[in-house]
Design a protein around this ligand. Structure first.
Ligand SMILES: [Cu+2]
Length: 504
């Protein structure tokens, strides 16, 4: 790999957009002992046949020991905080019972999974009320990838995620299985969910106290829910399935000694070719699978992972058998459907900051369909961030129901690690990002900024994927029904519901 091009800069044209906002909170390394990195267990199926898999995902309350002293009240999926990792095999028919044991309604959104909308997709139209469960089923039909599951009950998505409702979803397939990549889960293949939180009195979270319409942050990094984590390295290469699971934080990652690493997958799966780096920036909801080669270290050494100049995780090197990984220059073929000058272009403008955020000049309305695209068509979506280049924020743009290709950034080639399938793309202030988008399922889906408070605050729209030969009617949720349900569940008058994103 020595002759490969190694990128040594973040690709973004400004080092740290998220510091533009006056409310930016830098991370501080907590003054507590190191903790062994939590590696989430894998969710066992309830039942499996040759063709079908059955799972139960439970949204539940719990308590988590993040810091010395009092445990923190948290939410999670089949766990106290975050959740068990869910593994799907491409081609299998999947049945999931979605069970809500929380005191209020939530939804289960499969971020990056190509499934029909809006119910299976799990956005705001698919609430599961407390004490109830619902069933979904779909055929897993996409390449191996690191996806995720998170709550999406707008305008309360951000608070639900802040409390812990997010977990990794791993899709496996036969193509990835043939590549020489580490895949021993928990040993050399680990999810790395990057978040930040603020702890109040008695180590509790207090979302409303920390509320910022440009995204809630805290000074303490949590990796898979672990404060100040270390990971025991027992193999020469380790595959990290990085996910920016923060409400608004960008992660600018690099290792001690400027150790090189190799990205092999982006949001929607394996990249056509590996990309070698020393620095990698991830924006909200983006994923990157990277291979880190610890071959030059010896037992007892430690390698530190930083974001900016703050250490967030330590890799403790143990004895390992040396094994030089030979990654092929070409990993997989990625679909790249053709477009022509006649291809329809959808325009999306993400504008504003704070409470002023909008999409195409409007706030989100769950009863309004903002755009349409025919099933199977390949069309261009042109996304502009109208924020000011000097003081504006970056908006990570996410589309439900698809894995797209990035065509260009302000007319230039996308970043070298954007050549694969993606479902979330950072759009810098003043930038136009063009996407090539197609859909394989019908439904009503959402597109939005993945700074979750921007999404809750209205920087979100929805579109219908239609087929003239199979016209469909959708029963869409309305704000009154959702707000009345939240008020009833929280035992307050609707006017006293304190959901900041709804003040739009
Ligand atoms: Cu945004």
């Amino acid at each position: 790999m020595a002759t490969e091009k190694v990128y040594t800069d973040y690709f973004f044209d400004e080092p740290a957009f998220n510091t533009h906002d006056g409310g930016y909170i830098p991370l501080v390394r907590p003054d507590v002992a190191e903790n062994k990195l939590n590696v989430p267990e894998i969710l066992e199926p309830d039942k499996e046949t040759d063709t079908d898999m059955y799972y139960t995902v439970v949204a539940q309350e719990g308590e988590t020991q993040f810091l010395p002293g009092k445990k923190t009240k948290t939410w999670g999926y089949n766990a106290n905080y975050l959740g068990k990792s869910i593994v799907f095999k491409n081609g299998k028919h999947i049945h999931v019972t979605l069970k809500n044991e929380l005191p209020e309604l939530t939804t289960f959104h499969w971020h990056g999974l190509n499934v029909p909308g809006p119910i299976t997709d799990g956005g705001c139209h698919a609430p599961v009320y407390p004490g109830e469960s619902s069933e979904i089923e779909f055929t897993c039909d996409q390449p191996a990838a690191t996806l995720w599951l998170h709550a999406h009950p707008c305008p309360s998505t951000a608070e639900h995620v802040w409390k812990g409702l997010a977990t990794g979803v791993i899709v496996k397939d036969d193509v990835e299985a043939k590549l020489p990549l580490p895949r021993n889960y928990g040993v050399d293949d680990i999810p790395v969910i990057l978040q930040d939180r603020n702890f109040h009195e008695n180590n509790q979270l207090d979302y409303l106290a920390d509320y910022d319409p440009d995204g809630v942050q805290g000074p303490t990094a949590l990796i898979n829910g672990t404060v100040n984590p270390y990971f025991d390295v027992t193999t020469q290469q380790v595959r990290l399935r990085l996910l920016d699971g923060a409400n608004r934080r960008e992660w600018r990652l690099h290792f001690s000694d400027d150790l090189e690493f190799t990205q092999v997958a982006s949001d929607g799966g394996i990249l056509p070719s590996p990309v070698h780096f020393t620095h990698l920036m991830l924006t909200c909801a983006e994923r990157a699978e990277i291979i880190v080669d610890f071959g030059k270290y010896k037992p007892g050494d430690e390698v530190t992972l930083y974001t900016d100049d703050v250490a967030i995780m330590t890799f403790k090197i143990h004895e390992f058998a040396h094994h030089d990984l030979k990654l092929p220059e070409h990993l997989v073929d990625i679909p790249d459907p053709e477009i022509t000058p006649d291809t329809p272009v959808h325009q999306v403008a993400m504008s504003g900051m704070d409470e002023m955020v909008e999409m195409n000049g409007k706030k989100f309305d769950m009863q309004r369909i903002d755009d349409r695209q025919k099933l199977g068509n390949v069309e261009v979506w042109s996304i502009i961030n109208t924020n000011d280049k000097d003081s504006g924020m970056l908006h990570p743009y996410h589309m439900h129901g698809t894995q797209f290709r990035v065509i260009s950034r302000n007319g230039h080639a996308p970043y070298p690690n954007e050549m694969g399938l993606k479902d979330t793309v950072s759009v810098n202030p003043g930038e136009v990002v063009k996407l090539k988008v197609w859909f394989t399922h019908l439904g009503v889906f959402m597109n939005h900024c993945h700074i979750i408070e921007h999404e809750d605050g209205g920087m979100m729209a929805q579109f219908e994927v239609f087929d003239p030969d199979q016209p469909k009617q959708y029963k869409l949720m309305d704000m009154d029904t959702l707000m009345n349900a939240f008020a009833k569940e929280r035992g307050v008058d609707r006017k006293d519901l304190n959901i900041p994103g709804m003040d739009m």
